[in-house]
Structure formats: structure tokens, C-alpha cells
Design a binder for this molecule. Structure first.
Ligand code: NAP
Length: 254
């Protein structure tokens, strides 16, 4: 009986979080930062499940936490619901939800196919709705939770040749602000980090010369590392009186 109570107390005190798009880049760094702070994790990606499973076993071994992994397309509402059901069956509560998974397609808007437009909207914006609908009821039940969305500086400024991407990230910003107001009475905070240029696969298409030109435009003079964005995300996730904020992490680019 005593050990059952201890287990329940430990579960109540332990932290549980979800990070989408955690196989690489910014999501991977946020997962590591969260694990380093003792958070048990549910992680997902779309394709690179081997990399995600390797990360999960490294985190279990190093931090002694529980890590669940999923290969789930966050742009597919049924895949999100099925993942959420499994997470909610395994974790007693959810303290953090990080909506990080995203894609970018660069090109003239007139050249963009309807399929690519719909895919961009599903993965970058509708996914936040699917995740929120599936996970937030448990946070409301707990009267506690912190949601962190990964936006982009282009969600404020808008980028040529990234019109669809900019539109989805602008949507992420207002989804964040509106949801923060809606969920504040339930003790749930909702914020976003809006990075500038980050050294991840998403920017692998740029040549070294293009990267140098971009760095010339960034007052801090360089790309951010994914770990630097994770530091900003983790801080914002844990600021107990801050909600509805979009934190720029762009080296003063915009
Ligand atoms: P990345 O290196 O390309 O990694 C993307 C991650 O998202 C991967 O884990 C990928 O999984 C996952 N993912 C992609 N589509 C998915 C889907 N439909 N369902 C589930 N997971 C999916 O990207 P990143 O640079 O780290 O970007 C992360 C976030 O930061 C994105 O929202 C992006 O828009 C934003 N951001 C990035 C930059 C930048 O300069 N890099 C700047 C501003 C904002 P797989 O490995 O399985 O494909």
C-alpha cells in the first residue's frame, strides 16, 4: 500500500512532455533540454524513426526517464489522435506540449501546387489544432500545462518565395495568442518562439555563399544553433506568469 502511494506521489511530481518533430534539428534539441530537466517524454517524427529511437534510448540511459516514440504525421488528424490516445494512456498528466514539427518549401507562390499548399498548411498550422484538440482536455482537467509553438520570424515579417510558409507561421502566432487567452482561466500557458535562421537540415539547401550573404544581413552575424533555440523555448515554457507571447530569437534580423 505504502509503495503504491509512493508510486502515485512520484507520478504526480514527475513532469511529462510531448515534442513533435524531435528526430533532428530544433525539436531534437528541445527534447534533450527537457530530458536534462527530468521531463519524461513522448516524441514523434515523420520518417526518421531510427534516429528518433536512438535519441530515445540515449535519453533513457543518461537521464533515467521514460521516453515514448511515434512515427506519426502531425498533419494527419487521425494519426495525431491515435498518438495522443497512446500517450494519455501511458502518462498520468501532460505538463508540456511542444509543437515544433514543420516543413518549408521555397519558390514563387505562382509555381506552388495546390497539394504543396495544403500540405504546408496541414503540417505547419492544422497540426497545432489537432494536437490541441487531442491533448488540451487533459491539461484542462489538471488545471495546469505549458504549450510552446515553434513559429518563425517570417510569421511576422513575411518572406519572398516563402509566402505559404510565412502565412502558416503568421497563423501559428495568432493561434498562440488566441489560445493563450482561451486557456489562461484553466491555468494553461501558451507561447511561441520565432527563430530566425537556424543551423538545421531545413537550411541545408543554401550554398555556403548564400549562407554568408544571409549572415551579413543578421545583426548578430551568424545562424543560431538548435541548442540556442531550445534554450529560448525551455525558458519560455517555464516562465509562470508569461502567456500569449511570441519570443523572437532571430539575432535581431527583423
Ligand atoms: P528540420 O531540421 O527539417 O526537422 C524537422 C523535424 O520535423 C524532423 O524531426 C521531422 O521528422 C519533423 N517533421 C516534419 N514533418 C513532419 C510531420 N508531418 N509529422 C511529424 N514530424 C514531422 O527542421 P528545423 O529547422 O529543426 O525546424 C523545426 C521547426 O522550427 C519548424 O517548425 C520550422 O518551421 C521552425 N523554424 C526553423 C528555422 C530554421 O532556420 N531552421 C527558422 C524558423 C523556424 P523526420 O526527421 O522524420 O522528417
Amino acid at each position: 500500500m505504502k509503495s503504491l502511494l509512493n508510486t502515485e506521489n512520484n507520478q504526480a511530481q514527475s513532469k511529462y512532455g510531448i515534442v513533435t518533430g524531435a528526430s533532428r534539428g530544433i525539436g531534437r534539441s528541445i527534447a534533450i533540454k527537457s530530458a536534462d530537466n527530468g521531463v519524461n517524454l513522448a516524441l514523434c517524427c515523420q520518417n526518421n524513426i531510427d534516429a528518433l529511437n536512438t535519441l530515445a534510448s540515449d535519453l533513457r540511459e543518461k537521464y533515467g526517464i521514460t521516453v515514448m516514440t511515434f512515427q506519426a504525421d502531425v498533419g494527419d488528424p487521425s494519426a495525431v489522435q491515435s498518438m495522443a490516445d497512446q500517450i494519455l494512456q501511458s502518462f498520468p498528466h501532460i505538463d508540456y506540449m511542444v509543437n515544433n514539427a514543420g516543413i518549408s518549401i521555397i519558390g514563387l507562390i505562382t509555381d506552388m501546387s495546390v497539394e504543396d499548399w495544403n500540405r504546408m498548411v496541414s503540417v505547419n498550422l492544422s497540426s497545432l489544432f489537432y494536437m490541441t484538440k487531442a491533448i488540451v482536455p487533459s491539461m484542462i482537467h489538471q488545471k495546469n500545462g505549458s504549450i510552446l509553438n515553434i513559429s518563425s520570424m517570417w510569421g511576422t515579417a513575411g518572406a519572398s518565395c516563402e509566402v505559404a510558409y510565412s502565412a502558416t507561421k503568421g497563423g501559428v502566432n495568432l493561434f498562440t495568442k488566441a489560445l493563450a487567452r482561451e486557456l489562461a482561466p484553466s491555468g494553461i500557458r501558451v507561447n511561441a518562439v520565432a527563430p530566425g535562421c537556424v543551423d538545421t537540415d531545413m537550411n541545408a539547401g543554401f550554398s555556403e555563399e548564400e549562407k554568408r550573404d544571409l549572415c551579413d544581413e543578421i545583426p548578430l552575424g551568424r545562424f543560431a544553433s538548435p541548442d540556442e533555440i531550445a534554450d529560448a523555448a525551455w525558458a519560455l515554457m517555464n516562465l509562470s506568469y508569461v502567456t500569449g507571447q511570441i519570443l523572437g530569437a532571430d539575432g535581431a534580423f527583423i
